[in-house]
Design a protein around this ligand. Sequence first.
Ligand code: ADP
Ligand code: MG
Length: 253
Amino acid sequence: MGKILTIANQKGGVGKTTTSVNLGACLAYIGKKVLLVDIDPQGNATSGVGIEKGDVHQCIYDVLVDDADVKEIIKTTAVENLDSIPATIQLAGAEIELVPTISREVRLKRSLEAVKDDYDYIIIDCPPSLGLLTINALTASDAVLIPVQCEYYALEGLSQLLNTVRLVQKHLNHDLMIEGVLLTMLDARTNLGIQVIEEVKKYFQDKVYQTIIPRNVRLSEAPSHGEPIIIYDPKSRGAEVYLDLAKEVVTSG
Ligand code: ADP
Ligand code: MG
């Protein structure tokens, strides 16, 4: 049975989408069957794997709000073993439209149950908020992976996120685990990065992945080509580290 992993942090620009796309593609590259689920109305994980939003007629919105069949929305990607459930800007309405609906927090969980056995990993890319979409992701998941950017105030806001995780554990998903904390966008030329690593390790201890993602220009270029780094530039440092992360995720169980 597949493992469902949510990539969450309500801060924008910390590397959620980059991690979702590239961890997903690297897991696929090492032979795992992967489904990447985009639940951010921005749809960056959708375009990041080469899906043109103009070609998307039904997206995760239709699954969450209109009970569409999840299997009919799954798209294959250019990466072998990697499928995707796209999101479009239409999803922006879901956060409000779901409020008055029955079992609004468990809709994603219920719809993914139909495909959970088809994949080794299902990776969910969250929007930068702790609203209903992120709650749906946490409720559907076995574990949450938290990207933390190596910058000033790295830990700021994390207590809110951890509080949300605890609330979901208490009321909606007792089995939700913290998979790990991923340090991202490290600039190895500055002392600040090293300080942040120490600070985050002190707080999260052995939950911090050994793999640390450095700043890498190729990683920031890849999305505009609609390609995960392992396709765009497999020899880059970015490809290397996300492959390391994929192996770490697999060995951690
Ligand atoms: P989020 O999904 O949390 O908002 P993104 O993954 O979209 O964050 O990353 C924010 C921006 O930083 C994007 O432009 C992305 O291409 C860039 N980026 C992310 N990780 C790296 C990295 N390791 N090196 C360089 N640029 C990065
Ligand atoms: Mg994003």
